[in-house]
Design a protein around this ligand. Structure first.
Ligand SMILES: Nc1ncnc2c1ncn2[C@@H]1O[C@H](COP(=O)(O)OP(=O)(O)OP(=O)(O)O)[C@@H](O)[C@H]1O
Ligand SMILES: [Mg+2]
Length: 251
């Protein structure tokens, strides 16, 4: 379980807040989506879980322990992280990219290679891609490798920061469907950041809606759609529905 209690983050001594009084609980096995526009605090929230960013006030707990009291190396190994943008190392092969954490952990080479093979299989890429460089893969294929890398040491938690953000609509849709399948086989706690409403509604068990560093509402798909907690949430979902209707009226 991940728990945020009254978490705030300011970079200018309280003049402005990247995050303000965030309370959030993520249950084990849950798929939580953080939804919000650019600058609303989604990445800040995600990065606090693996301590890439420290809160200015408030606390973050993992399975009942304050994360600031957990050994940093151990903490980060229990958490897989898929970066915003693609974030593969350009001069490393696909196999080397996927096996970064296993290598750091000193796994024998044979075990690393076996894990790479297993993960390529999971993400649906041919085995002979392992010796390619990232630039020799399409954007969607690179994105899949990013997911494989995050899963390499079978972490309990998976943090995904707009993993499909840079992709065309068709590839994105395909990866979303695959994500739904991966999650049933993997059974992990996933926190997934997006600014795409439809992606949030497709993937999330629950959706946390961010706006200017504040969480406006956390709820299931049907809760946020049928019982918006604030005017902001109501507008957020009303506009696309209206646009969709106008588009349908045109054809
Ligand atoms: N190192 C920093 N110094 C000052 N302000 C920062 C810093 N990092 C982030 N911020 C500010 O914190 C706010 C939240 O940023 P954050 O990266 O969490 O947004 P986001 O929701 O992930 O946006 P996006 O969808 O564009 O990735 C933004 O206003 C940003 O400018
Ligand atoms: Mg971000």
């Amino acid at each position: 379980m991940i728990k945020f209690t009254e978490v705030s983050k300011t970079y200018d001594g309280g003049g402005s807040y990247a995050l303000r009084d965030v309370n959030l609980t993520v249950a084990n096995g849950e798929f939580l989506v953080l939804l919000g526009s650019s600058g609303s605090g989604k990445s800040t929230t995600l990065k606090m879980i693996n301590r890439l960013i420290e809160p200015s006030s408030g606390s973050v707990e993992l399975d009942g322990k304050l994360i600031k009291n957990i050994d940093l190396v151990q903490l980060r190994r229990s958490i897989g992280y898929v970066f915003q943008g693609i974030g593969l190392f350009p001069h490393m092969t696909i196999a080397e990219n996927i096996a970064i954490v296993p290598r750091l952990m000193g796994w024998p080479k044979v075990k690393q290679l076996a894990r790479v093979a297993e993960l390529l299989n999971l993400i649906g890429l041919p085995q002979n891609f392992s010796e390619r460089l990232p630039e020799q893969l399409s954007g969607g294929q690179q994105q899949r490798v990013g997911v494989a890398r995050a899963l390499a040491v079978d972490p309990e938690y998976l943090l995904m920061d707009e993993p499909f953000g840079a992709l065309d609509a068709v590839t994105r849709d395909k990866l979303q469907q695959e994500m739904l399948q991966w999650r049933t086989t993997l059974n992990k706690t996933v926190i997934f950041v997006t600014h795409d409403l439809f992606e949030a509604l497709t993937l999330g068990d629950r959706i946390a809606i961010f706006h200017d560093g504040v969480i406006e509402q956390v709820g299931t798909r049907s809760e946020v759609l049928s019982a918006p907690a604030t005017a902001f949430v109501k507008d957020l979902f009303a506009k696309p529905a209206k646009q969709l209707q106008e588009f349908k009226d045109l054809v």
